[in-house]
Design a protein around this ligand. Structure first.
Ligand SMILES: [Zn+2]
Length: 264
């Protein structure tokens, strides 16, 4: 039996432990309670070759209709497969950030031709209901999540989950990032207008760069259904974090993700 421990998003139905050994015929053996189970079936029936084809076109950022046309797989199946890939990306977890971390929140609105508005320009009485909260580890990855509004408690909760204590956090002086020192971070506030005078490192340009990337990508898709914004966000976080990989490596990573979590 080839035993290799994989930490993943599939978990044991018996004890919900997420560590397992791979055993014969696609079975998984729980490390903790030793019960054998299978990962959930995919949402559509596709052969391994068809999955591979869809993933290749997906990595190349082709639309559902082009993928369907090129592969001969029905639009419905392609759509289901892409949603499945995005869901897997959304449930993947990155290691906890350490070191210098930039933090920011941005509003995802439904203003025509302006999918993003800066929170500074929002009138105080208007209710932002789709807010994207993000953190970028300098020299590393981005984490971002769609939250229901500007909520200081939620931001603190996510930071505690995402970033190791003792890390240096850079944020704007926005009131929703209060007193991060009390939860164990070194908090450096960036005054957006005077950042030059505060010395090196006092900026959140890395994360602003990611917002720009995200904004371009989301608007290029045209209208995204409200309930799907979170899935597309997960896709672009993944793409951004894997931007240095070659097309081949990206395909390989996604195929591995599907195989590790789905019984295909
Ligand atoms: Zn178990």
């Amino acid at each position: 039996m080839n035993k290799s421990i994989v930490k993943n998003i599939v978990s044991c139905p018996n004890c919900s432990c997420d560590k397992y050994w791979k055993v014969r015929r696609g079975g998984l053996l729980c490390v903790k309670c030793r019960s054998e189970y299978r990962p959930p079936p995919p949402p559509v029936r596709l052969s391994q070759n068809q999955w591979r084809t869809i993933v290749r076109w997906f990595v190349l950022e082709q639309s559902v209709s082009i993928i369907s046309e090129q592969s001969g797989i029905s639009r419905y199946k392609v759509m289901k497969a892409l949603q499945h890939i995005r869901k897997l990306m959304r449930s993947q977890t990155l290691d906890v950030f350490q070191g210098e971390v930039e933090v920011d929140a941005t509003l995802y609105g439904r203003v025509k031709n302006r999918p993003f508005r800066k929170y500074t320009r929002t009138k105080s009485n208007s209710k932002p209901d789709q807010v994207i909260f993000g953190a970028l580890c300098r020299g590393g990855f981005v984490k971002a999540k769609l939250v229901s509004g500007y909520d200081a408690e939620m931001f603190r909760y996510l930071l505690k989950e995402w970033v190791a204590p003792g890390s240096i956090i850079y944020s704007s002086s926005f009131k929703y990032f209060p007193d991060l020192k009390s939860i164990g971070f070194v908090h450096r506030t960036v005054n957006m207008k005077k950042s030059i005078h505060l010395g090196e490192g006092y900026h959140i340009n890395g994360l602003k760069g990611f917002w720009g990337y995200l904004k371009t990508k989301l608007s290029s898709r045209g209208g995204i259904r409200r309930e799907r914004v979170g899935l597309y966000l997960a896709e672009y976080v993944w793409r951004y974090n894997n931007r240095d990989k070659s097309t081949k490596e990206k395909i390989h990573t996604i195929i591995k993700l599907i195989k590790n979590t789905t019984n295909i």
